[in-house]
Design a protein around this ligand. Structure first.
Ligand code: NDP
Ligand code: OXD
Length: 310
């Protein structure tokens, strides 16, 4: 049984393969080599793999993704409909996501950017105290990432709501379910955090019509996928003042092109798709466990429902 390992991570593939191989002694793991020859792999372990992987490795029977989002895989030719695609579940990412949300939110709500510019002028001037009721947070997507963020922010006494298809209920978090509740969710939200998977139902969801329903002085935090956000609509709403700022980790084109207007916009903070990294050790441990379960024929968690796209 052969496994093909193909990852766009910056690190040497063997930094992943060697420990994974140690946990899976009965299989042979081969690094992807771009020489046009199939190795006859039955399993693929991937992160943003080369576009031709499934056209070349036509015997693949299961795919294990070294990340939470699987949208990029479904754009690749040759991935068969009946092949299970298994994603990472948390693996250390939800804590990073929660940190990111706290950082982005408190910079705005506690006026840390203003204090930074006051420091540049050696100005000692306390600004008005925070009024948390003026910073209602709305988390789109209440899965592994969104639920952790919502709980952490509710624990800091912000008014927090979560919106998802099924309307997941968590203590201290107001639940909104489905399309019918979307407008009510937006209308009570000032800080909108997107953690949705990218699917045909969610692509372009952060658009003019959505963002203008938020409370005035809105703030957008996008940590999911760039294609969720209509970039020119954000620029227009920033120009109008309805949206006061945005912290963005993901973009339609990554790396973000050097001449993109987001780089120099004073209201936009950019990070290079690092809100939550797949931590190597945790990811390898989890993927090895999942592959061992798959090989034994045991039930697996994290299997993507192909008809929903996540
Ligand atoms: P999950 O599958 O655990 O959660 C997805 C959530 O989105 C669920 O609550 C689901 O609702 C909800 N949802 C899906 N479709 C819709 C819809 N049409 N309308 C309303 N709600 C919807 O995913 P994760 O939390 O693990 O990850 C979320 C995304 O975060 C990933 O897909 C990835 O794109 C992104 N990500 C980004 C990272 C980064 O570094 N920037 C790192 C990790 C992840 P329900 O509960 O009802 O099914
Ligand atoms: C993921 C990501 O989906 O890092 O895991 O974007």
């Amino acid at each position: 049984m052969k496994i093909i390992f193909a990852s766009a991570h910056d690190t040497d593939p063997h930094a992943w393969i060697t420990p994974l191989q140690a946990l899976l002694p009965d299989v042979e793991i081969q690094a992807w080599v771009d020489d046009g020859r199939a190795v006859g792999a039955r399993i693929a372990v991937v992160w943003n793999p080369p576009r031709n992987i499934f056209m070349r490795e036509t015997d693949i029977q299961a795919v294990f993704n070294l990340g939470a989002g699987v949208d990029a895989l479904f754009r690749l030719p040759g991935l068969k409909d009946d092949v299970p695609v298994v994603r990472l579940e948390d693996a250390g990412m939800s804590a990073q996501m929660a940190e990111y949300a706290v950082y982005a939110l408190v910079r705005a709500s506690r006026q840390f950017d203003q204090y930074q510019s006051q420091q540049e002028q050696a100005l000692w001037r306390p600004l008005p105290d925070i009024q948390r009721e003026k910073w209602p947070v709305g988390v789109m997507g209440m899965g592994i990432m969104g639920a952790r963020m919502a709980q952490v922010l509710a624990g800091l006494d912000y008014p927090v709501a979560g919106w998802s298809r099924s309307g997941k209920s968590l203590p201290g978090v107001q639940a909104f379910a489905g399309q019918a509740a979307f407008s009510d969710f937006l209308a009570r939200t000032r800080v909108l955090i997107n953690t949705l998977p990218l699917t045909s139902a969610t692509s372009g969801i952060l658009c003019r019509d959505t963002m203008r329903q938020l409370l005035p002085g809105a703030y957008i935090i996008n940590v999911a996928r760039g294609q969720h956000l209509v970039e020119e609509d954000l620029l227009a709403l920033l120009a109008s003042g309805h949206v006061q700022g945005a912290t963005l980790d993901v973009f339609c084109q990554e790396p973000l092109p050097q001449n993109h207007p987001f780089w120099t916009h004073p209201g936009i903070t950019i990070t290079p798709h690092v809100a939550a990294s797949s931590l190597r050790e945790a990811s390898i441990t989890q993927v090895a466990k999942k592959i061992n379960s798959y090989l034994r024929g045991d039930a697996l968690t994290g299997v993507v429902e192909r008809n929903r796209g996540y």
